[in-house]
Write a protein that binds this ligand. Structure first.
Ligand SMILES: NC(=O)c1ccc[n+]([C@@H]2O[C@H](COP(=O)([O-])OP(=O)(O)OC[C@H]3O[C@@H](n4cnc5c(N)ncnc54)[C@H](O)[C@@H]3O)[C@@H](O)[C@H]2O)c1
Length: 332
């Protein structure tokens, strides 16, 4: 008869002990977190002055959207470091020009491929071609992008599809094609040219902002997935530039050039490659534009005031959406 109350007492004591242990463990892990947090912040601060850049000479690097603008500048900067370049674009003429520039700037070898990034099967086919003709890609730079610059209800469904296919879904398919070999070696680097529009909505950029936010979320999640799987050798870098003076944004204006500048493409190309060499997780250009995320803590009227002050309602008033070589005719 006595056994029952004794069992109950033991059960109660065990429960209390487990709860106390849980609290102690939680306090200890929080202290550990705070110590490491301070240590890593200090380490990052010191490394700002003595930062190490990785050597990419002889590395196989794939750049999408390499025929023009930022992609061309990235390619030229990578060429200067002696990498083997694989250039993907729908614009064959522009891609050949980039290839010539890359060779003249010291690339170890340059391979150009026509690939329409709206088409998943084409991406997989060209990826297989790359693997057999060049080898496993060691750094994958998803840079190609389109910009329609139309109000939401003026955007044909086909434009929305294209924006999401090129700016976001192509990143899924290229990563699916090249990531397994990186995982096998526990070495590789995935880069995405997202945009500041991943962090803040913009008038007449519903499709672009949605596509960039998705590209940002995709690569950030993949970075955490690789860490969780113990694949510390797989690096990721998300690039978020403000406006850059390329054909993509021809006609775009800024009323606050200090806060929301239109950056020079040569400067942007250099900063992106520098961020890749330093294996940064995020590259914000200019760095302070990242402060825009603080908007979520502001009252509603302050958010609209800030967006209006930054000129985000009118940036695209004179946007011209140029028709580009190799691209389908844009509908205005
Ligand atoms: N220019 C800016 O202000 C700015 C700002 C932030 C982010 N970005 C991003 O930077 C990246 C590069 O932009 P950019 O300014 O150099 O533009 P760009 O138009 O000069 O270059 C984009 C390249 O992508 C290629 N491309 C487009 N559709 C394609 C398809 N279906 N298949 C294959 N290639 C295709 C084009 O041919 C072109 O060579 C884009 O992802 C863009 O969204 C640009």
């Amino acid at each position: 008869m006595l056994i029952l109350p004794v069992n109950y007492l033991i059960f109660k004591l065990e429960n209390r002990f487990n709860r106390v242990m849980l609290i102690i463990r939680s306090i200890l892990s929080t202290i550990e977190f705070l110590i490491l947090f301070c240590f890593y912040c200090l380490e990052a601060f010191i490394l700002m002055f003595f930062s190490h850049r990785k050597n990419i000479a002889g590395k196989i690097v794939l750049v999408t959207g390499s025929a023009n603008g930022i992609g061309r500048e990235i390619s030229i900067n990578l060429a200067r470091l002696g990498s083997i370049l694989i250039l993907w674009d729908i614009d064959e003429e522009g891609n050949s020009e980039t290839a010539e520039l890359a060779k003249a700037n010291g690339a170890l070898a340059v391979y150009t491929y026509k690939c329409d990034l709206r088409k998943r099967e084409e991406i997989y086919t060209v990826a297989e071609q790359v693997k057999s003709e060049v080898g496993d890609v060691e750094i994958l730079i998803n840079n190609a992008g389109v910009l329609k610059g139309k109000g939401f209800l003026d955007l044909p469904d086909s434009d929305m599809d294209e924006t999401l296919d090129v700016n976001t879904k192509a990143h899924f398919w290229t990563c699916k094609a090249f990531l397994p070999a990186m995982i096998a070696r526990n070495e590789g680097h995935l880069v995405s040219t997202a945009s500041i529009s991943a962090l803040a909505g913009t008038n007449k950029l519903t499709d672009a902002c949605a596509s960039k936010a998705a590209a940002f979320g995709f690569l950030e999640s993949l970075a955490f997935e690789m860490r969780a799987a113990g694949k510390k050798g797989i690096k990721t870098t998300i690039i978020c530039p403000s406006y850059v003076n390329t054909e993509l944004v021809r006609g775009v204006q800024t009323s606050r050039p200090l806060l929301l500048p239109i950056l020079d493409v040569v400067y942007v190309g250099k900063k992106i490659v520098d961020g890749i060499l330093k294996e940064k997780l995020y590259v914000l250009l200019p760095p302070y534009v990242g402060l825009i995320v603080l908007k979520i803590f502001f009252p509603k009227k302050v958010v609209f005031l800030l967006i209006e002050y930054l000129g985000i309602f009118n940036n695209l008033d004179d946007f011209r959406g140029e028709v580009r070589r190799g691209q389908p005719q844009r509908t205005k």
